[in-house]
Design a protein around this ligand. Structure first.
Ligand code: FAD
Length: 410
């Protein structure tokens, strides 16, 4: 009699797990999805391009991209890291290519290619898909797990993989709490910062390739491109800061200040030396005309204006007080943040099932043999750049391998 493997949630991790459970006489695989569609987030991901993984093959370096779960991930990503992801898709005819910033996408630039490769593999494996099945209860009955779905017959399973994704509310994890699992309460990660009324928003659309963002009163400091939007600031430097600060910023109700260094290669001493050099070598040039820091012109002019520097002032005539202001502006520019905006390109919730209660080798619950977890339902989340999918693939793959091995034992 074949064993029954039930997967709950046809998202990235669940469907990828089904795609890695080869056809076998030892088990059948049932994939339950509460909606009428599979892989919805994969299809919407990366602006429709799907940022599948990241070109970071050194695992100790890779795990630093995960604000929650790095040590635990060391074990999972060692066995299924970015190289394994690339190989998996290549084997199914999908080339994965890297961009200059390390993000990796399908060569087709279409998320649909990724979704179809996973979906077709899962179906070829003989996965039986049940749409409109929302898991409502999970109970141990003798040797089995009894799964109860609204409006459908209950199902008995030997192994259950939970891949229901993140939830913005703790109540979304009720079912797992009733099993006795500890849940780190969910808070949003990867959001942009609102700065209502700040004059800088007049520069919406202006971006710098690299800035350092520091969140005041914390140790959080991130580096990366920064984009000024019509509501505040966005771009990788901001999104990374939101991920590292997810919990602290939620505790502060998203009211905090940041300080921006617009010239990351320079600190106070080197900037002072640069001003001396400009005064000596380019003394006759106007401060407004010569932008010595390669900043976007509109941003430089905005800085001069807010520091009270006349655009036709020359470097030689720049007085000490406005120069001091300019220096502060360039390396310690403070902004008050009031509220956040969801980053629609990639939104994740931090929080979920405590990693202490899940084996990183098998993804099996340490509390309940036969229950497995993968994907965002776990208390793992990465910064933007393909790290969240990488965790979904790795955990889905490992859970599939463990369930296949256990189910094949007589
Ligand atoms: C718009 C958007 C774009 C993104 N882009 C990227 C990107 O480019 N790169 C990247 O790395 N990450 C990206 N992410 C994050 C990434 O999509 C998630 O981290 C990933 O999908 C998590 O996979 P998962 O399988 O755990 O959850 P999901 O993909 O969310 O799947 C969970 C599934 O479970 C189902 N479900 C939930 N509860 C039940 C239940 N009780 N019974 C049955 N079914 C249930 C849900 O309907 C859903 O289909 C993006 C996220 C969003 C929202």
């Amino acid at each position: 009699m074949p064993k029954t493997i039930a997967i709950i949630g046809a998202g990235a991790a669940g469907t990828f797990a089904a795609a890695n459970l080869p056809k076998s006489d030892a088990y059948r695989v049932l994939l339950f999805e509460k909606t009428g569609k599979a892989l919805q987030k994969v299809r919407a991901s990366g602006g429709g391009r799907c940022n599948v993984t990241h070109q970071l093959f050194d695992i100790p370096e890779l795990i630093e991209r995960y604000p929650r779960g790095p040590r635990w991930l060391k074990k999972t990503l060692h066995r299924f890291g970015p190289q394994q992801t690339i190989d998996w898709f290549e084997k199914r005819g999908v080339s994965i290519v890297g961009e200059a910033d390390g993000r990796m996408f399908p060569e087709t630039n279409s998320a649909e290619t990724i979704a179809m490769a996973i979906w077709e593999t899962a179906l070829r494996n003989g996965t039986e898909v049940r749409f409109h099945h929302k898991l409502e209860a999970l109970q141990r009955v003798g040797e089995h797990w009894k799964l109860t779905f609204g409006g459908h017959e209950p199902v008995l399973a030997d192994a259950v993989l939970i891949t229901t994704g993140g939830s913005p509310q703790l109540s979304g994890f009720n079912l797992l709490q009733t099993l006795g699992h500890t849940i780190a309460s969910p808070v949003p990660s990867l959001f942009t910062f609102n700065m209502p009324g700040n004059p800088i928003i007049a520069l919406m659309g202006v971006s710098v390739p690299e800035a350092i963002v520091r969140i005041s009163g914390t140790k959080i400091e991130t580096t990366g491109p920064l984009l000024i939007t019509h509501w505040g600031m966005s771009g990788p430097a901001i999104l990374r800061a939101s991920a590292w600060g997810a919990r602290e910023l939620a505790d502060r109700a998203y009211q905090f200040t940041i300080s921006v260094n617009w010239v990351p290669g320079l600190d106070e001493a080197s900037l002072k030396a640069k001003f001396v050099q400009l005064r000596q070598q380019d003394g006759r040039q106007s401060v407004g005309g010569k932008n010595p820091f390669d900043l976007p012109k509109r941003l430089w002019q905005f800085f001069l204006q807010t520091c009270g520097v006349a655009e036709d002032a020359t470097w030689a005539t720049l007085e000490a007080a406005p120069q001091r202001k300019l220096l502060e502006k360039l390396i310690r520019d403070p902004y008050t943040v009031s509220g956040k905006t969801t980053f629609k390109e990639e939104f994740v919730t931090s929080g979920g099932v405590s990693l202490k209660e899940v084996s990183p080798e098998t993804l099996e619950s340490r509390l309940h043999p036969g229950i497995y977890f993968a994907g965002e339902v776990l208390d793992v989340d990465g910064i933007t750049g393909g790290f969240n999918f990488q965790h979904a693939w790795a955990s889905g793959w490992l859970a599939a391998a463990a369930m296949a091995a256990t189910s094949s034992q007589s």
